[in-house]
Design a binder for this molecule. Structure first.
Ligand SMILES: [Zn+2]
Ligand SMILES: [Zn+2]
Length: 467
């Protein structure tokens, strides 16, 4: 056992100046440990190694180091005890780096062998708070007040856990030290380790008469109010971290953090996809045919939108910079924002006055449209269908099939009144809205869940088809 009087200065042992940083101490320890380790046949020295380990145990722990700086070896009595019975022969079979790593972790990852590490102050638990926010609040940002139930120091006992008038008494198991020695099995054999006393969880004291309010826990759950700043452009599922917003730690440990998880409510008009906002905008068939201008809702309020003549239902129109502001981390670094995509839906009138009816019939006549079929038309179609079916089931000759199908298609358009207005306006659309239909295609290829959402949102509701 190393005696106190003959002990070398710890700084000297580690070969570092008194002003050395924690990093320097660690580095020097690792170098010297490699050199002095008993497994090292050339330079190994068990006694010197133990002294080195003891010096590191003290100097790598801020508190112990401060005590040592003030009181010398007397102040840190007991340091290195864990190594007295250390059987270094069990180290064999490991590389030097492994051993140094093990020793380092033995000290608690360079933080020093605090002994009561597990029983000492601990940071409190992190808490999660689910918060629903309005659609527009997520777009523009807002500030919200939330109430969180969390552990705080008990006021009745000032966080001691003991009933007023009584005091904690020293723990019998560890004699008030808070630590006990324990034989542990490591990868490299048995070792003595100083651990937190299991009877008092390292506090060194026991509470005889627990405080009634906290039942000796020293902490009680209380309601705490927080102001939460919600940045513009934030999306559902984002976690906002409130430092020290969680539970108070035990034994004077710091507060944990609070994580506010945002859930954005659905909006009846707007559907959000990242920075893009989608809306469905019904338009009348007259407007779709003639073109014009309407007001459409945006997150900035109603804005005018030009409708091209010959607009088809399902056409999408982009309204630039009327989407969601781009959220980049904690603060917005640019002023960019997404767009709004308007899905135009041409509505067919359901209630027609006598005059309207007459005008529409006149219109159909003007366009050479036939609104009914004659028996001969139906018979001819059925004949063609039969032939087509026979051809298809007879042989699956691909070449022939294709030819036949083409022929049938010709027949079809023949029948539906010379020039189909459908195909005509489709052509017009594809010419005018080439960019837009490309955009739409892109939307279509999005993942199914989002598509479902859009489809749902755009599903006509009862009575909505009427003006
Ligand atoms: Zn209490
Ligand atoms: Zn104890």
């Amino acid at each position: 056992m190393a005696t106190m009087t003959s002990k070398k200065d710890y700084y000297e042992t580690l070969g570092v100046p008194k002003t050395a940083s924690a990093e320097e101490i660690k580095k020097s320890f690792r170098n010297k440990a490699r050199h002095l380790h008993p497994d090292n046949k050339d330079s190994g020295d068990e006694q010197a190694f133990k002294e080195l380990a003891e010096a590191y145990e003290v100097l790598s722990d801020q508190q112990k180091r401060a005590t040592y700086d003030r009181y010398g070896h007397e102040g840190v009595k007991g340091a290195g005890q864990g190594f007295d019975n250390f059987d270094f022969s069990n180290f064999s079979g490991f590389g030097m780096d492994d051993i140094v790593d093990m020793l380092d972790s033995f000290f608690g990852g360079g933080g020093g062998m605090r002994g009561g590490r597990r029983g000492g102050p601990e940071q409190g638990a992190h808490l999660k708070f689910d918060m629903e926010i309005e659609f527009l609040d997520a777009v523009f940002g807002t500030e919200k007040t939330i109430n969180v139930r969390r552990l705080e120091d008990c006021e009745s006992c000032s966080g001691s856990g003991a009933a007023p008038g009584s005091n904690p008494v020293p723990c019998v198991t560890c004699a008030g030290v808070g630590q006990v020695q324990q034989v542990i099995n490591t990868f490299f054999g048995q070792a003595l380790r100083v651990i937190a006393c299991p009877a008092c969880q390292g506090s060194g004291s026991k509470i005889d008469k627990p405080c009634k309010d906290c039942k000796g826990e020293a902490l009680v759950r209380k309601q705490k109010e927080f102001q939460i700043k919600i940045p513009a452009g934030i999306d559902s599922g984002t976690r906002l971290r409130v430092q020290a917003g969680g539970d108070k730690g035990r034994k004077g440990g710091p507060f944990g953090d609070l994580f506010v998880v945002l859930h954005i409510k659905e909006h009846e008009t707007f559907v959000r996809d990242g920075e893009t906002i989608h809306i469905r905008q019904p338009i009348s068939y007259s407007l779709a045919a003639l073109g014009g201008e309407i007001l459409v809702p945006t997150v900035e309020g109603a804005k005018p939108l030009k409708i091209n003549a010959g607009t088809q239902t399902g056409t999408t129109v982009q309204m630039k910079n009327l989407g969601v502001p781009r959220f980049t981390g904690q603060q917005r670094r640019d002023n960019r924002r997404g767009d709004q995509i308007v899905h135009l839906l041409v509505e067919t009138p359901t209630k027609l006055s006598g005059e309207e009816k007459k005008l529409l019939e006149k219109l159909a006549e003007l366009r050479g449209e036939r609104l009914t079929l004659s028996k001969a038309d139906i018979a001819k179609a059925e004949e063609a269908n039969k032939e087509n079916h026979k051809e298809n089931s007879d042989k699956n000759d691909s070449g022939k099939n294709q030819e036949k199908n083409e022929k049938t298609a010709d027949n079809g358009s023949d029948k539906s009144a010379g020039e189909s207005p459908e195909s005509k306006s489709e052509k017009a659309d594809s010419k005018k809205d080439a960019g837009k239909s490309a955009k739409k295609k892109k939307d279509d290829s999005k993942d199914n869940s989002f598509l479902d959402k859009i489809v749902d949102a755009f599903r006509p509701k009862n009575g909505e088809t009427q003006h």
